[in-house]
Design a protein around this ligand. Structure first.
Ligand code: FES
Length: 327
């Protein structure tokens, strides 16, 4: 029988216990949900209840703001910019895993302008991160006003940009399939790197989306994989080409894991098509504002009055769409 195994991305880190624990809303600890018994949903090596007690029943440290400098700014396509940003070595080290992201804004703007951006690559020798930004709204337009050598505010590290992380970490010496569409090419790079380092045989379905060219060609040389260029969506639905490819990959090519980095509508259809025949992971498309379980921007509602905070919750992608309510 399938059942949801959940985890909190921050449990066991220096950011736990957080404000959720302080307010009896902890994702994992039953006692910090108002119960009188101990029935923690996932053990990360520390007792969150005890940690909160030791910290005088107060939340521990929040993510800090850092001043960073833009080292490089490249226009990749109309409305698509690559930034290379110099940050501290300490922060850089913490942004290396798949799913890492930061909040960015100009020095002159208020924290309301914080925009969450996936980390595409970390360079630990130069202490830089590379990010790709789609210039879409007022927050990203302000960032686009910045140029090389300008300073900006970076808040981090955050890690929940990918759901199903445990499935990625368990892929060793396997046949895996990655699907990346449009801006989803950027967050797929740390996943590709991780799976490459774990000696997996990787097929990458690459869909440029609305852009004329792919912007990850250099990374594909660094982490070689079998690239298949097709349209993954057709009139708002998964394309028949991708349906055929998925069927063939699972039935004839022994694919054991599928990662999808694209819009929710594509992820949902890919999961439906796979129908639990492989493990899955996907990018986390929830709208993030605080990133730390406070503001409620990322909350999604499910049957049975279940509320999931997607900035904190780690779960398999299946459980992000199953039983989801629109009200
Ligand atoms: S982004 Fe604020 S609660 Fe999740």
């Amino acid at each position: 029988m399938n059942y949801e195994i959940i985890d909190c991305i921050d449990a066991g880190t220096k950011f736990c216990p957080c404000h959720l624990a302080e307010s009896n809303e902890c994702i994992l600890c039953s006692q910090l949900q108002g119960e009188s018994f101990c029935d923690c949903k996932n053990w990360k090596g520390t007792c969150i209840f005890q940690e909160l007690n030791w910290n005088n029943n107060k939340a521990t440290t929040e993510r800090e703001n850092y001043v960073a400098v833009i080292v490089k700014k490249n226009l990749i396509a109309k409305g698509l910019i690559k930034f290379v940003i110099k940050i501290s070595h300490e922060l850089c080290k913490q942004l290396i895993k798949p799913g890492s992201y930061i909040f960015m804004r100009c020095l002159k703007t208020s924290p309301y302008f914080d925009v969450p951006i996936s980390v595409m690559e970390c360079d630990l020798e130069k202490d830089t991160v590379s990010v790709i930004i789609e210039i879409e709204g007022i927050k990203t337009k302000k960032i686009n006003d910045l140029n090389e050598k300008d300073s900006l505010v970076v808040r981090g590290p955050f890690w929940n940009g990918v759901l199903g992380l445990k499935n990625i970490n368990r892929c060793v010496d396997k046949n895996v399939l990655l699907i990346a569409r449009g801006i989803g090419q950027a967050p797929v790079i740390p996943v590709l790197k991780k799976l490459h380092n774990l000696n997996n045989n990787i097929q990458l379905v690459l869909d440029k989306g609305k852009y004329k060219d792919s912007f990850i060609q250099d990374y594909l040389k660094k982490y070689p994989c079998n690239v298949i260029e097709i349209n993954t969506m057709d009139e708002g639905k998964m394309s028949s080409d991708l349906v055929t490819l998925l069927k063939d990959s699972i039935e004839n090519r022994s694919i054991e894991h599928v990662h999808c980095s694209g819009p929710d509508v594509l992820i949902q259809e890919v999961i439906r098509e796979i129908n639990s025949r492989t493990t899955t992971s996907c990018c986390n498309n929830a709208k993030m504002c605080c990133g730390q379980g406070i503001c409620g921007a990322c909350t999604t509602r499910f049957e049975g009055h279940v509320v999931k905070r997607l900035c904190k919750l780690q779960t398999d992608p299946e459980y992000i769409f199953e039983g989801r309510r629109l009200i």
